[in-house]
Design a protein around this ligand. Sequence first.
Ligand code: NDP
Length: 339
Amino acid sequence: QANATALSFAEHGSPERVLRLQHTDLPATLGDHEVRIHLLAAPINPSDINTIEGKYPIAPELPGVPGHEGVGEVEAVGSKVTRMRPGDRVVPIEHGQGTWRTHGVFNELHWYKIPKDIPLGTAATMVINLPTAVKLLSDFVQLAEGDTLVQSGASSHVGRLVIQLAKSRGINTINLIRDRPERAEQERELRSLGATLVTTAAECRQALQAAGLPKPKLGLDCVSSASLQRDSAAACAKVLAPGGTLVVYGAMSQQPLTVPPGLLIFNDIRIRGFWLTGGFAKMKDGWRAKEQLVDHVCALFRTKVIRPVDVECLPLEQWEKALQRVASDDRTGKVLLTS
Ligand code: NDP
Protein backbone atom coordinates (compact mmCIF):
# COMPACT_ATOMS: atom_id res chain seq x y z
CA GLN A 1 0.00 0.00 0.00
CA ALA A 2 1.13 3.55 -0.74
CA ASN A 3 -0.21 6.59 1.00
CA ALA A 4 -1.68 9.32 -1.11
CA THR A 5 -2.89 12.82 -0.44
CA ALA A 6 -5.55 14.51 -2.55
CA LEU A 7 -7.57 17.70 -2.61
CA SER A 8 -11.19 16.70 -2.73
CA PHE A 9 -14.58 18.43 -2.90
CA ALA A 10 -17.96 16.95 -1.94
CA GLU A 11 -20.10 19.87 -3.12
CA HIS A 12 -19.72 22.71 -5.61
CA GLY A 13 -18.78 26.16 -4.38
CA SER A 14 -15.81 28.48 -4.03
CA PRO A 15 -12.57 26.42 -3.83
CA GLU A 16 -11.55 28.02 -0.52
CA ARG A 17 -14.81 26.82 1.05
CA VAL A 18 -15.32 23.35 -0.43
CA LEU A 19 -11.82 21.87 -0.88
CA ARG A 20 -10.38 19.53 1.76
CA LEU A 21 -6.98 17.86 1.92
CA GLN A 22 -7.50 14.13 2.41
CA HIS A 23 -5.13 11.21 3.04
CA THR A 24 -6.01 7.89 1.44
CA ASP A 25 -4.44 4.49 0.83
CA LEU A 26 -4.01 3.30 -2.71
CA PRO A 27 -4.96 -0.29 -3.60
CA ALA A 28 -2.19 -2.81 -2.91
CA THR A 29 -2.48 -4.42 -6.35
CA LEU A 30 -3.04 -2.97 -9.81
CA GLY A 31 -5.52 -4.16 -12.44
CA ASP A 32 -4.07 -5.46 -15.73
CA HIS A 33 -4.33 -2.09 -17.51
CA GLU A 34 -3.83 0.16 -14.49
CA VAL A 35 -0.85 2.35 -13.67
CA ARG A 36 0.18 3.96 -10.38
CA ILE A 37 1.38 7.50 -10.97
CA HIS A 38 3.18 9.93 -8.69
CA LEU A 39 1.83 13.36 -9.66
CA LEU A 40 4.77 15.75 -9.75
CA ALA A 41 2.95 18.97 -10.61
CA ALA A 42 -0.48 20.20 -11.66
CA PRO A 43 -1.50 23.75 -12.60
CA ILE A 44 -4.44 25.72 -11.24
CA ASN A 45 -6.26 26.72 -14.42
CA PRO A 46 -9.41 28.86 -14.74
CA SER A 47 -11.31 25.71 -15.85
CA ASP A 48 -10.33 23.96 -12.58
CA ILE A 49 -11.84 26.80 -10.55
CA ASN A 50 -14.97 26.72 -12.76
CA THR A 51 -15.21 22.92 -12.31
CA ILE A 52 -15.12 23.24 -8.52
CA GLU A 53 -17.67 26.09 -8.65
CA GLY A 54 -19.98 23.91 -10.77
CA LYS A 55 -19.74 26.24 -13.79
CA TYR A 56 -17.92 23.86 -16.15
CA PRO A 57 -19.71 21.29 -18.35
CA ILE A 58 -17.51 18.46 -17.05
CA ALA A 59 -17.14 17.62 -13.37
CA PRO A 60 -16.01 14.53 -11.48
CA GLU A 61 -18.54 12.49 -9.56
CA LEU A 62 -18.66 13.93 -6.05
CA PRO A 63 -16.80 13.61 -3.82
CA GLY A 64 -14.08 14.03 -6.41
CA VAL A 65 -10.59 15.36 -7.05
CA PRO A 66 -10.15 18.44 -9.27
CA GLY A 67 -7.37 18.98 -11.83
CA HIS A 68 -7.59 18.44 -15.60
CA GLU A 69 -3.88 18.81 -16.33
CA GLY A 70 -0.49 17.91 -14.85
CA VAL A 71 2.57 15.71 -15.18
CA GLY A 72 3.44 12.55 -13.31
CA GLU A 73 5.97 9.76 -13.03
CA VAL A 74 4.90 6.15 -13.42
CA GLU A 75 5.66 4.14 -10.26
CA ALA A 76 4.15 0.75 -11.12
CA VAL A 77 2.22 -0.84 -13.98
CA GLY A 78 -0.33 -3.65 -14.31
CA SER A 79 0.57 -6.94 -16.00
CA LYS A 80 -0.80 -5.99 -19.45
CA VAL A 81 0.38 -2.37 -19.66
CA THR A 82 2.44 -1.75 -22.79
CA ARG A 83 2.37 2.04 -23.24
CA MET A 84 4.57 2.97 -20.27
CA ARG A 85 7.04 1.66 -17.72
CA PRO A 86 8.04 2.69 -14.18
CA GLY A 87 10.11 5.86 -14.33
CA ASP A 88 8.36 7.26 -17.43
CA ARG A 89 6.98 10.82 -17.44
CA VAL A 90 3.31 10.96 -18.42
CA VAL A 91 0.56 13.56 -18.99
CA PRO A 92 -3.23 13.04 -18.91
CA ILE A 93 -4.86 12.88 -22.33
CA GLU A 94 -8.32 12.22 -20.92
CA HIS A 95 -9.97 15.15 -19.10
CA GLY A 96 -10.97 15.02 -15.45
CA GLN A 97 -8.28 12.64 -14.18
CA GLY A 98 -8.10 14.60 -10.92
CA THR A 99 -4.49 15.73 -10.93
CA TRP A 100 -4.55 17.67 -7.65
CA ARG A 101 -3.15 14.74 -5.69
CA THR A 102 0.18 13.18 -4.87
CA HIS A 103 -0.49 9.65 -6.20
CA GLY A 104 -3.26 7.88 -8.04
CA VAL A 105 -4.20 4.69 -9.87
CA PHE A 106 -5.40 5.30 -13.43
CA ASN A 107 -6.27 3.54 -16.69
CA GLU A 108 -3.14 3.46 -18.87
CA LEU A 109 -5.16 4.66 -21.89
CA HIS A 110 -5.88 7.97 -20.17
CA TRP A 111 -2.21 8.94 -19.93
CA TYR A 112 0.51 9.51 -22.51
CA LYS A 113 4.29 9.23 -22.28
CA ILE A 114 6.35 12.37 -22.93
CA PRO A 115 10.14 12.90 -23.08
CA LYS A 116 11.73 13.26 -19.64
CA ASP A 117 13.72 16.39 -20.45
CA ILE A 118 10.71 18.68 -20.97
CA PRO A 119 10.86 21.19 -18.05
CA LEU A 120 8.32 20.58 -15.30
CA GLY A 121 6.24 23.74 -15.91
CA THR A 122 5.93 23.06 -19.63
CA ALA A 123 5.18 19.36 -19.11
CA ALA A 124 2.50 20.14 -16.51
CA THR A 125 0.71 22.54 -18.87
CA MET A 126 0.97 20.83 -22.24
CA VAL A 127 -2.40 19.15 -22.70
CA ILE A 128 -4.77 22.13 -22.48
CA ASN A 129 -3.31 25.59 -23.06
CA LEU A 130 -0.64 24.70 -25.62
CA PRO A 131 -2.99 22.65 -27.84
CA THR A 132 -5.59 25.42 -27.44
CA ALA A 133 -3.15 28.06 -28.70
CA VAL A 134 -2.14 25.81 -31.62
CA LYS A 135 -5.74 25.18 -32.64
CA LEU A 136 -6.88 28.79 -32.22
CA LEU A 137 -4.27 29.71 -34.82
CA SER A 138 -5.08 26.88 -37.22
CA ASP A 139 -8.75 25.90 -37.03
CA PHE A 140 -10.62 29.08 -37.94
CA VAL A 141 -8.77 31.40 -40.34
CA GLN A 142 -5.86 30.61 -42.63
CA LEU A 143 -3.23 33.14 -41.64
CA ALA A 144 -0.19 33.89 -43.78
CA GLU A 145 3.03 35.74 -43.00
CA GLY A 146 2.29 39.46 -42.62
CA ASP A 147 -1.34 38.91 -41.50
CA THR A 148 -2.54 40.29 -38.18
CA LEU A 149 -4.57 38.90 -35.28
CA VAL A 150 -5.99 40.68 -32.24
CA GLN A 151 -6.44 39.01 -28.85
CA SER A 152 -7.81 39.95 -25.43
CA GLY A 153 -6.40 38.44 -22.23
CA ALA A 154 -2.97 38.59 -23.86
CA SER A 155 -1.23 38.29 -20.48
CA SER A 156 -2.81 34.86 -19.93
CA HIS A 157 -0.86 31.66 -20.45
CA VAL A 158 -2.83 30.95 -23.65
CA GLY A 159 -2.26 34.55 -24.79
CA ARG A 160 1.50 34.27 -24.28
CA LEU A 161 1.58 31.04 -26.28
CA VAL A 162 -0.44 32.63 -29.10
CA ILE A 163 2.12 35.45 -29.24
CA GLN A 164 5.05 33.01 -29.54
CA LEU A 165 3.36 30.78 -32.13
CA ALA A 166 2.29 33.78 -34.22
CA LYS A 167 5.76 35.31 -34.03
CA SER A 168 7.31 32.08 -35.36
CA ARG A 169 5.00 32.30 -38.40
CA GLY A 170 5.55 36.03 -39.06
CA ILE A 171 1.98 36.91 -37.97
CA ASN A 172 1.49 40.31 -36.26
CA THR A 173 -0.28 40.26 -32.89
CA ILE A 174 -2.26 43.09 -31.32
CA ASN A 175 -2.48 42.23 -27.65
CA LEU A 176 -5.04 43.67 -25.23
CA ILE A 177 -4.18 43.75 -21.53
CA ARG A 178 -5.84 45.37 -18.55
CA ASP A 179 -4.94 48.96 -17.66
CA ARG A 180 -3.35 48.32 -14.25
CA PRO A 181 -0.25 49.47 -12.35
CA GLU A 182 1.66 46.46 -13.77
CA ARG A 183 0.82 47.49 -17.33
CA ALA A 184 4.31 48.71 -18.37
CA GLU A 185 5.97 45.60 -16.96
CA GLN A 186 3.44 43.30 -18.70
CA GLU A 187 3.95 45.19 -21.94
CA ARG A 188 7.72 44.64 -21.75
CA GLU A 189 7.27 40.94 -21.05
CA LEU A 190 4.84 40.38 -23.91
CA ARG A 191 7.09 42.29 -26.30
CA SER A 192 10.00 40.07 -25.27
CA LEU A 193 7.87 37.07 -26.31
CA GLY A 194 7.34 38.63 -29.75
CA ALA A 195 4.17 40.75 -29.37
CA THR A 196 3.86 43.33 -32.18
CA LEU A 197 1.61 45.73 -30.28
CA VAL A 198 0.44 45.71 -26.66
CA THR A 199 -2.45 48.01 -25.77
CA THR A 200 -5.80 48.13 -23.94
CA ALA A 201 -9.37 47.63 -25.12
CA ALA A 202 -10.05 51.36 -24.81
CA GLU A 203 -6.95 52.37 -26.80
CA CYS A 204 -6.94 49.52 -29.31
CA ARG A 205 -8.42 51.23 -32.39
CA GLN A 206 -6.14 54.27 -32.19
CA ALA A 207 -3.06 52.17 -31.46
CA LEU A 208 -3.74 49.96 -34.47
CA GLN A 209 -4.11 52.99 -36.74
CA ALA A 210 -0.92 54.56 -35.40
CA ALA A 211 1.03 51.31 -35.92
CA GLY A 212 -0.11 51.07 -39.56
CA LEU A 213 -0.77 47.33 -39.30
CA PRO A 214 -3.19 45.50 -41.63
CA LYS A 215 -6.64 44.96 -40.12
CA PRO A 216 -6.80 41.63 -38.25
CA LYS A 217 -8.47 38.67 -39.95
CA LEU A 218 -8.73 36.82 -36.63
CA GLY A 219 -9.76 37.93 -33.15
CA LEU A 220 -9.38 35.76 -30.05
CA ASP A 221 -11.36 36.64 -26.92
CA CYS A 222 -11.15 35.00 -23.49
CA VAL A 223 -12.43 37.95 -21.43
CA SER A 224 -15.86 39.11 -22.73
CA SER A 225 -16.74 42.03 -20.36
CA ALA A 226 -19.78 44.22 -20.78
CA SER A 227 -18.09 47.35 -19.51
CA LEU A 228 -18.04 50.54 -21.55
CA GLN A 229 -14.31 51.21 -21.32
CA ARG A 230 -12.94 47.70 -21.06
CA ASP A 231 -15.15 45.72 -23.41
CA SER A 232 -12.55 43.29 -24.70
CA ALA A 233 -14.66 41.20 -27.08
CA ALA A 234 -16.15 44.31 -28.70
CA ALA A 235 -12.71 45.94 -28.91
CA CYS A 236 -11.43 42.90 -30.83
CA ALA A 237 -14.51 42.79 -33.08
CA LYS A 238 -14.35 46.53 -33.86
CA VAL A 239 -10.87 46.34 -35.37
CA LEU A 240 -11.44 43.15 -37.40
CA ALA A 241 -11.22 43.32 -41.19
CA PRO A 242 -14.60 42.90 -42.98
CA GLY A 243 -15.48 39.20 -42.95
CA GLY A 244 -13.06 38.63 -40.04
CA THR A 245 -13.68 35.98 -37.39
CA LEU A 246 -13.87 36.48 -33.64
CA VAL A 247 -13.28 33.25 -31.71
CA VAL A 248 -14.59 33.25 -28.14
CA TYR A 249 -12.81 30.66 -25.98
CA GLY A 250 -13.12 31.99 -22.42
CA ALA A 251 -14.98 34.52 -20.28
CA MET A 252 -12.58 35.67 -17.57
CA SER A 253 -14.73 38.72 -16.69
CA GLN A 254 -17.75 36.39 -16.21
CA GLN A 255 -19.78 39.04 -18.03
CA PRO A 256 -22.00 38.62 -21.13
CA LEU A 257 -20.56 39.03 -24.59
CA THR A 258 -21.57 42.35 -26.18
CA VAL A 259 -20.75 43.00 -29.81
CA PRO A 260 -22.41 45.91 -31.68
CA PRO A 261 -24.85 44.39 -34.24
CA GLY A 262 -23.59 46.77 -36.94
CA LEU A 263 -20.33 44.83 -37.05
CA LEU A 264 -22.24 41.68 -38.05
CA ILE A 265 -24.60 43.47 -40.45
CA PHE A 266 -22.24 45.85 -42.23
CA ASN A 267 -18.84 44.17 -41.73
CA ASP A 268 -19.99 40.54 -41.91
CA ILE A 269 -18.01 39.67 -38.77
CA ARG A 270 -18.32 36.00 -37.83
CA ILE A 271 -18.39 34.90 -34.21
CA ARG A 272 -17.34 31.36 -33.34
CA GLY A 273 -16.76 29.45 -30.12
CA PHE A 274 -13.95 27.07 -29.23
CA TRP A 275 -13.74 24.34 -26.60
CA LEU A 276 -10.74 22.03 -26.80
CA THR A 277 -12.08 19.23 -24.61
CA GLY A 278 -15.52 19.22 -26.23
CA GLY A 279 -13.95 19.14 -29.69
CA PHE A 280 -11.87 16.06 -28.87
CA ALA A 281 -14.82 14.34 -27.18
CA LYS A 282 -16.84 14.65 -30.42
CA MET A 283 -14.07 13.17 -32.58
CA LYS A 284 -13.80 9.49 -33.33
CA ASP A 285 -10.29 8.62 -32.03
CA GLY A 286 -10.10 12.04 -30.32
CA TRP A 287 -7.53 10.65 -27.88
CA ARG A 288 -5.20 9.87 -30.81
CA ALA A 289 -5.56 13.44 -32.10
CA LYS A 290 -4.69 14.68 -28.63
CA GLU A 291 -1.59 12.47 -28.49
CA GLN A 292 -0.48 13.89 -31.83
CA LEU A 293 -0.98 17.41 -30.51
CA VAL A 294 1.12 16.60 -27.44
CA ASP A 295 3.90 15.32 -29.75
CA HIS A 296 3.58 18.52 -31.79
CA VAL A 297 3.80 20.63 -28.64
CA CYS A 298 6.98 18.77 -27.53
CA ALA A 299 8.47 19.56 -30.96
CA LEU A 300 7.54 23.26 -30.64
CA PHE A 301 9.41 23.34 -27.37
CA ARG A 302 12.43 21.50 -28.76
CA THR A 303 12.68 23.84 -31.75
CA LYS A 304 12.50 26.79 -29.32
CA VAL A 305 9.28 28.18 -30.80
CA ILE A 306 7.91 28.02 -27.25
CA ARG A 307 9.89 29.15 -24.22
CA PRO A 308 9.71 27.21 -20.94
CA VAL A 309 6.55 28.20 -19.07
CA ASP A 310 7.09 30.53 -16.09
CA VAL A 311 5.74 28.86 -12.97
CA GLU A 312 5.31 29.41 -9.25
CA CYS A 313 5.45 26.06 -7.41
CA LEU A 314 3.71 25.43 -4.10
CA PRO A 315 3.32 22.07 -2.33
CA LEU A 316 -0.18 20.56 -2.47
CA GLU A 317 -0.47 21.08 1.30
CA GLN A 318 -0.23 24.85 0.71
CA TRP A 319 -3.22 24.86 -1.67
CA GLU A 320 -4.89 27.82 0.05
CA LYS A 321 -1.80 29.97 -0.48
CA ALA A 322 -1.63 28.71 -4.07
CA LEU A 323 -5.21 29.87 -4.70
CA GLN A 324 -4.30 33.29 -3.29
CA ARG A 325 -1.35 33.48 -5.69
CA VAL A 326 -3.63 32.64 -8.63
CA ALA A 327 -5.85 35.60 -7.72
CA SER A 328 -3.02 38.06 -7.01
CA ASP A 329 -2.20 40.99 -9.30
CA ASP A 330 1.57 40.42 -9.30
CA ARG A 331 1.44 36.82 -10.58
CA THR A 332 3.28 36.34 -13.85
CA GLY A 333 3.47 32.54 -14.22
CA LYS A 334 1.19 29.53 -13.83
CA VAL A 335 0.73 28.40 -10.24
CA LEU A 336 1.59 24.70 -9.88
CA LEU A 337 0.64 22.39 -7.02
CA THR A 338 3.60 20.05 -6.51
CA SER A 339 4.30 16.87 -4.56
P1 NDP B 1 -4.26 32.43 -16.89
O1 NDP B 1 -4.66 32.03 -15.51
O2 NDP B 1 -2.88 32.21 -17.34
O3 NDP B 1 -4.58 33.99 -17.09
C1 NDP B 1 -5.80 34.55 -16.75
C2 NDP B 1 -6.02 35.76 -17.65
O4 NDP B 1 -7.31 36.32 -17.41
C3 NDP B 1 -5.01 36.89 -17.44
O5 NDP B 1 -4.75 37.47 -18.68
C4 NDP B 1 -5.78 37.87 -16.54
O6 NDP B 1 -5.36 39.20 -16.71
C5 NDP B 1 -7.18 37.71 -17.12
N1 NDP B 1 -8.25 38.04 -16.18
C6 NDP B 1 -8.47 37.47 -14.97
N2 NDP B 1 -9.59 38.01 -14.41
C7 NDP B 1 -10.04 38.93 -15.29
C8 NDP B 1 -11.14 39.83 -15.29
N3 NDP B 1 -12.01 39.88 -14.26
N4 NDP B 1 -11.32 40.65 -16.35
C9 NDP B 1 -10.45 40.61 -17.38
N5 NDP B 1 -9.38 39.78 -17.45
C10 NDP B 1 -9.19 38.96 -16.41
O7 NDP B 1 -5.33 31.76 -17.87
P2 NDP B 1 -5.16 30.61 -18.97
O8 NDP B 1 -4.21 31.06 -20.02
O9 NDP B 1 -4.95 29.31 -18.33
O10 NDP B 1 -6.64 30.65 -19.61
C11 NDP B 1 -7.06 31.82 -20.30
C12 NDP B 1 -8.49 31.64 -20.76
O11 NDP B 1 -8.53 30.61 -21.72
C13 NDP B 1 -9.46 31.23 -19.65
O12 NDP B 1 -10.68 31.90 -19.85
C14 NDP B 1 -9.64 29.74 -19.89
O13 NDP B 1 -10.86 29.26 -19.40
C15 NDP B 1 -9.57 29.73 -21.41
N6 NDP B 1 -9.26 28.42 -21.98
C16 NDP B 1 -10.21 27.89 -22.79
C17 NDP B 1 -9.99 26.68 -23.39
C18 NDP B 1 -11.04 26.14 -24.29
O14 NDP B 1 -10.91 25.00 -24.76
N7 NDP B 1 -12.07 26.90 -24.58
C19 NDP B 1 -8.77 25.91 -23.17
C20 NDP B 1 -7.78 26.61 -22.36
C21 NDP B 1 -8.05 27.81 -21.77
P3 NDP B 1 -4.23 39.88 -15.75
O15 NDP B 1 -2.89 39.38 -16.24
O16 NDP B 1 -4.45 41.33 -16.00
O17 NDP B 1 -4.54 39.45 -14.35
